[in-house]
Design a binder for this molecule. Sequence first.
Ligand SMILES: NC(=O)c1ccc[n+]([C@@H]2O[C@H](COP(=O)([O-])OP(=O)(O)OC[C@H]3O[C@@H](n4cnc5c(N)ncnc54)[C@H](OP(=O)(O)O)[C@@H]3O)[C@@H](O)[C@H]2O)c1
Length: 226
Amino acid sequence: MDSILISGANRGIGLELARQFAAGGWHVLATARKPDEAEELAALGSNIEILELEVDNEASIAALKETLKGRPIDVLFANAGITGDLKAMAGDVTREDFLKVQAVNGFAPFALARALRENVLAGERKVVAAMSSLMSSVTANDWGTQYTYRASKTALNASWVALAEAWRPLGLTCVLIRPGMVATRMTNFTGIRAEDSVAGMKSVIEGLTPADAGRIIGYDGLDVPW
Ligand SMILES: NC(=O)c1ccc[n+]([C@@H]2O[C@H](COP(=O)([O-])OP(=O)(O)OC[C@H]3O[C@@H](n4cnc5c(N)ncnc54)[C@H](OP(=O)(O)O)[C@@H]3O)[C@@H](O)[C@H]2O)c1
């Protein structure tokens, strides 16, 4: 049975990823900060295993690594993320908010990937994915705004491409995925349905080959500009 680890799977896109991969016969390692409160995940059935993870805490990542020691994982999907203050004008962006979002969106996926590298190496598919965004794109940014969030996802992209190059010789495929603008709490429930975004991303993930390492791919299968 294929397996996928999804961070931030208790709500939003992560929950829908868990739902669709489980329904597709995958074993889902679904992480949540508070597993006891992840009722919707728990209701998804027997293909779901709920694990505790606060991604912005290296001790929590180390504990997850220990829990999963020796277990192969086919796909690691670093999905958990935050926006920070999206509406802050340049003069209002705070160092604290900027660095917090960098820590969660930029550093944490990288820390999670390196912690679980051996698990993915032991899997069949050997995919290491992270949730990026069109907001990561420098060349597509012709309307400004969202300084903090954009910078965090651009940083994520940069470290992921570096990982893709470093880990390609090991047979690992590191990719970035763009979900589109999806109706979740993050977007005040504006955008496309999570069901549709995730159906597209699932198809992209299931079709990945080593030649895709280093790409940023949309839920529609199209490359996102850097
Ligand atoms: N929605 C969109 O339109 C859109 C577009 C582009 C990219 N994305 C990206 O897609 C991913 C999921 O977004 P979403 O729309 O599903 O957002 P969401 O509904 O706000 O869900 C975010 C998820 O991340 C978890 N999370 C946040 N900080 C965490 C931390 N420090 N440790 C562990 N888990 C943490 C949340 O857990 P809690 O419930 O415990 O807070 C929740 O499960 C994010 O990376 C986001 O940047 C979303």
